[in-house]
Structure formats: structure tokens, C-alpha cells
Design a protein around this ligand. Structure first.
Ligand SMILES: Cc1cc2nc3c(=O)[nH]c(=O)nc-3n(C[C@H](O)[C@H](O)[C@H](O)COP(=O)(O)O)c2cc1C
Ligand code: SF4
Length: 433
């Protein structure tokens, strides 16, 4: 079952056990930019659940513009936390990548973070944020290289260059946002200079054996003068020459109504962007990932079986059910808890800065971010035998006096503090008592 989806994939030194990628998804589980235990537990649950590759969320490359609620890798001080995260993912038999990010105006959610924009951008009636200088461009390029060096040191298996969604590299690339008049603005060649310089810096830092992914939109939406598919294809060819191995084809941006395409809700068809990814793959010859509401194993299998792309992103599918991959691989499809595309727990948890406690969750899986807090404690065989003996005796005694039925035992047991008793109930039910 799903033989194509669960076939291996290799690029440079990266070997994946299946075609399913858990994409970068901001969680707000970090602690003041550092990796937290909560973030580790969240990733471990998905790696244990069979995810082939976990790409760790947007991670800042430049300290002055790093918002406090997102991860950072902009300083050596962050390396130990990333090392712990990677080690834990590896121990859970997964592979780990990290998404290198400079967020442009998105960092504005933290007023202390410095906002960087590609060209002068009015941000209110009285304020225009100036486009960054040529010196600053060089500084940021160097930051991408340094961040990639740290990612390698932390043990990541690959890195992803975020060149989509209106963050800084995409803002330079898109004629809908970049209105510079110097060598970094105007033609596609000029607009591509900054992102290509970042890619070269990353490739130089990670060496030849480490895979480099690039996230990019198939084309711009709702942006006058924005990127067409032809522009994107041309840029991806240049990016391939500069060192990118895999294209991760997303959609949408954060400054227009096209925001909805970035985390497509229920009213967009499943796999709505797959044909764009397939075309980009055909015309660039680069391994490609399809993205966007691919949330059933059947759909994912058909995309890979038809050889449209090489890999599929299954993001929210693995939020709703961390065991998605294992269940699909073992044919336990009816046990999968499917994402419904509501965006209420995940996207709202990411974007709503007022939400307390901070962090993503899921309408279908409230255990997101609480993976160990609520996980059943494993019971030893000895404890299980004792419980079995206890309940068997209790059942015999109560039944012989005709006092109570087995369902009543469960009902009264459920009245006990849930976090202590749920694992016991689950196990007793599973062994048929
Ligand atoms: C809570 C949340 C946070 C996200 N954060 C990121 C991010 O850090 N970087 C990124 O490129 N995309 C981000 N995305 C988009 C996802 O990577 C993915 O492209 C999108 O959810 C569509 O895939 P899916 O339908 O399989 O979930 C985020 C999505 C969600 C739901
Ligand atoms: S909250 Fe859960 S079910 Fe709703 S879109 Fe997000 S992952 Fe899917």
C-alpha cells in the first residue's frame, strides 16, 4: 500500500526513507529565540510518527532583526539548542533540516526587531521604511553564510533557504515589491542578485555533501508587477546553478489577500498547487516538492505515482496526526485523524500575538505542543499484570454479588483524575478487559 509514497529518496548526502516532508511551520514554542524542550518534543513526536524529514521552522539569520518569538541561528550561542533538537530527531529515526529566514516586515510583530525591506516601503501615513543599503545587503548575505555554517555544526542534514512569502529574499526577487533603482532592482537579473548571493554563501558554508532546499512561490498572487511562472522558472534555474538542490514550491505572500494561499484553508481544493510544482520540475530538471493541502495518503500516493514531483509536503496533516506516516505505511488509514483545513488552531496560534499561552495547536489534536505532558506513561509488564489481576478479581467479586457491571467500573474509573487514569483505561481496553 502506498509503495511510491514510501519509497526512498536521495539527494547529495541526504537519504530519506519516504517522500513525505514535514515543512517549516512556525510554532512559537521557542524560548526567547532558543530551542525549547517543548519544540524538541513536538518534533520528536512527528519523527517517531514516521516523518522522513522535519524542516525546522523559520529561523532568523540576523540578530538585530530576529523577533523574540521565533527561533534564531544568528549567533553561535544558539548552536547547542539546535544540536539537542537535531540529536533528538535523529534518535527518533528522522532527518532534520532548518529553514534560514530573514523576515522583512514580518519581524514587526516584535517592536524591538529591526525591520529590513528591499526598497522604500510606506508603512503608515507618516512613515516610509527605507530600502536597505548596499552595505547592509552584504552584511545580510554574510549572515546567511554564517547561519548555514552553524546549521552544519549543529548536525542538520540539510538547510532550506526561504525565498518565498514576501520575506526579504523574495521581496528582492519580486518586481511587485522591489522598486530599487540600483544594481539590485529593475530587471529579473538584477532583482535575483541578492537571493543568488545568499544561496552561494550558504552553499559555500555547507560544502558539497549537504543538501540545500529552496522554498519559493510558484508565482506571485495579487501583486502588480510580481513574478510570473516564467520568472520563477528562470530564477530556479539560476538558483540550481548557484547550489540549490531541491525546490519546495509554495504560494502566497504576507502583504496581500494571497496570504490565504500560504496556509490554504478548506475552501481551496486539495493539492491546488501541485500542477505548478510539476511544471517547474519539468522545466528546471530539479527535484521538486509539491505543497498545499495534500492531506490524505491516497492523494500523496497518486501525486508521486504519477511522477509529478519527487516529494510532498504534508504539514498540517502531521499536526493533526503525528502518527500519520506510520498509520499510512501500515495501511491503518481508517485510524488517521485528518486535518480539515480550518486553520484555527495552527495558523491562528502562529499569527495571533494576543493568544495566551503562545503557540500553535490543532482543532483536531489538542496535544500539539503538549506531546509529553499528556502522553500515557509506559507501563511495565509487572504493573500491567498486577492491574490485570486486580481488575479480574474485582470483576469476579462484584459480579458474584451482582453489585456492579463492567461498564460501571469504567465509568467510575473515569471519574478519577484523568491524567493519572487515562493510560490505564486505554491499556485495559486494548487488552480486552
Ligand atoms: C502554523 C503554521 C506555521 C507555518 N510557518 C511556516 C514557516 O515557518 N515557513 C514556511 O515556509 N511556511 C510556513 N507555513 C506554511 C507550511 O509550511 C505549508 O507550506 C502550508 O501549511 C501548506 O502545507 P499543508 O497544507 O501540508 O499544511 C506555516 C503553516 C502553518 C500552518
Ligand atoms: S487546526 Fe488542525 S485541523 Fe485545523 S487546519 Fe490546522 S492542522 Fe488542520
Amino acid at each position: 500500500m502506498f509503495d511510491n509514497l514510501f519509497s526512498p529518496f536521495k539527494v547529495r548526502g541526504l537519504e530519506l526513507k519516504s517522500r513525505i516532508v514535514m515543512p517549516a511551520m512556525g510554532t512559537r514554542f521557542c524560548e526567547d529565540r532558543y530551542v525549547s524542550q517543548r519544540l524538541i518534543d513536538y518534533h520528536v513526536a512527528r519523527a517517531r510518527g514516521g516523518s522522513a524529514l522535519n524542516i525546522v521552522e523559520v529561523t532568523s539569520v540576523h540578530t538585530p532583526s530576529a523577533p523574540s518569538m521565533f527561533l534564531s541561528i544568528s549567533d553561535d550561542a544558539y548552536i547547542p539548542g539546535h544540536k539537542r533538537l537535531v540529536k533528538a530527531i535523529h534518535e527518533a529515526r528522522g532527518r532534520a533540516g532548518v529553514q534560514l529566514w530573514q523576515g522583512s516586515i514580518a519581524v514587526g510583530m516584535d517592536p524591538s526587531a529591526q525591520m529590513l525591506v528591499a526598497s522604500d516601503m510606506p508603512l503608515g501615513p507618516d512613515y516610509t521604511c527605507p530600502g536597505i543599503t548596499a552595505e547592509m545587503i552584504e552584511e545580510i548575505v554574510a549572515c546567511y553564510g554564517e547561519a548555514a555554517r552553524r546549521a552544519r555544526e549543529a548536525g542538520y542534514d540539510c538547510v532550506e533557504f526561504h525565498c518565498a512569502h514576501n520575506y526579504l529574499p523574495h521581496s528582492f526577487l519580486s518586481g511587485g515589491i522591489n522598486h530599487r533603482t540600483d544594481e539590485y532592482g529593475g530587471s529579473l537579473e538584477n532583482r535575483a542578485k541578492f537571493p543568488l548571493a545568499c544561496i552561494r554563501a550558504i552553499r559555500e558554508a555547507i560544502g558539497e555533501d549537504m543538501a540545500l532546499f529552496m522554498r519559493i512561490g510558484a508565482h506571485d498572487d495579487c501583486l502588480e508587477g510580481g513574478l510570473t511562472m516564467e520568472d520563477t522558472i528562470q530564477f530556479c534555474r539560476w538558483a540550481g546553478e548557484a547550489g540549490v538542490d531541491v525546490l519546495d514550491i509554495s504560494r502566497g505572500n504576507i502583504i496581500t489577500a494571497a496570504n490565504a494561499l500560504e496556509v490554504p484553508p478548506i475552501d481551496l481544493p486539495r493539492g491546488f498547487n501541485v500542477d505548478n510544482a510539476a511544471r517547474i520540475r519539468r522545466e528546471t530538471g530539479l527535484p521538486t516538492i509539491a505543497v498545499g493541502r495534500i492531506n490524505t495518503a491516497e492523494l500523496a500516493e497518486s501525486i508521486i505515482a504519477e511522477d509529478k514531483v519527487d516529494l510532498v509536503v504534508m504539514g498540517r496533516a502531521q499536526l493533526a496526526d503525528p502518527e500519520f506516516c506510520n498509520k499510512a505505511r501500515e495501511g491503518r488509514v481508517e485510524q488517521i485523524v485528518h486535518c480539515v483545513g480550518c486553520d484555527q488552531g495552527c495558523l491562528d496560534g502562529f499569527a495571533d500575538m494576543e493568544q495566551f499561552p503562545a503557540g500553535i495547536t490543532c482543532l483536531r489534536n489538542p496535544l500539539v505542543g503538549r506531546e509529553t505532558q499528556w502522553a500515557p506513561e509506559p507501563l511495565s509488564t509487572k504493573s500491567l499484570k498486577m492491574l490485570w489481576a486486580f481488575f479480574s478479581s474485582l470483576r469476579i467479586i462484584l459480579r458474584s454479588f451482582g453489585l456492579i457491571s463492567v461498564p460501571c467500573i469504567y465509568t467510575s474509573a473515569l471519574c478519577l483524575p484523568l491524567e493519572h487514569f487515562t493510560p490505564v483505561i486505554v491499556r485495559l481496553l486494548s487488552i480486552g478487559l
